[in-house]
Design a protein around this ligand. Sequence first.
Ligand code: TXA
Ligand code: MG
Length: 310
Amino acid sequence: MRKTTAKHLTNDNEGIAAAVRFLNDGRLVAFATETVYGLGADARDGQAVARIYDAKGRPQFNPLIVHVQDLDAAQRFGVFDAQAAQLAAAFWPGPLTLVVPLAPGHGLSPLVTAGLDAVGIRVPAHPLARRLLAAFDGPVAAPSANPSGRISPTTADHVLAGLSDRIDAVLDGGPCPVGLESTIVGGAPLALLRHGGLAQNDIEALSGPLAAAGPGIRAPGQLASHYAPRARIRLNAMHASADEVLLGFGAMPCDLNLSARGDLIEAAANLFGHLHNLDARDMPIAVAPIPNTGLGRAINDRLNRAAAPR
Ligand code: TXA
Ligand code: MG
């Protein structure tokens, strides 16, 4: 991990331009939204998204919310049925995240959705977030800008207290007016996945009664629908047998390598894409050992789930 001190960017053209440069360079920028500060990265850039998990010290790849400027932009990444489009029209911009099926050709890193085929999307209402998204003109993946296991930040100082030496910049929009994370709905029938800044009643006035939040949803690593390959997975393999394909790590002969140079950020960025590719070959997958440090913990968590009997 690089040791730096995050730049404190102010709410003006210069601050926004600097934030956009960081995002274009694959770096991490925390920014104000009306709910809580988000830790943003270009959602199309797998290594940038991997840095989010690394900076937060997340032990698992929970799916991240994609932030966009408006419903038009959202429809490039997700498929909105009539009900989702109606909620978006009513409550965006605002503290509502809609989990919808990924659109064909979406171009998002698979790490954003943790390999799932649905994506959480939100159009934030904070003027600074809106200016940033308009200037960047691309999808920004952003979880709350706190170290894993700590509470969500509602000021730039909170962000810096937790992540100052792990991120590139914070774009200061003052205290967050809502101060609670967004409400999340998704699935068919439409379910409440997380309570948040938009009241359930307000949603139900349009959608009718929502199904209850499942107990596993708050800890999304436990999502029943987490991505698992069809193929049998064998971990800690140095070699593949004749009827297996080998997913490598570090310099070694293999079918696909997560990172030939042994870089865990690169490995995380490649994890879901490589698993999908190898899975398409219809052979059991042997996986090289991954060091259990830094992002390696999240990689191993996901590999262990994929290897577990089901
Ligand atoms: O207000 C908010 O939602 C803030 C600001 C920055 O937008 N973001 C936020 O992100 O709270 P985070 O990562 O702390 O929580 C996002 C949660 C995930 O833990 C997961 O439960 C859910 O959103 N989520 C995101 N994408 C999902 C998906 N594809 N399927 C199911 N759940 C998803
Ligand atoms: Mg959070």
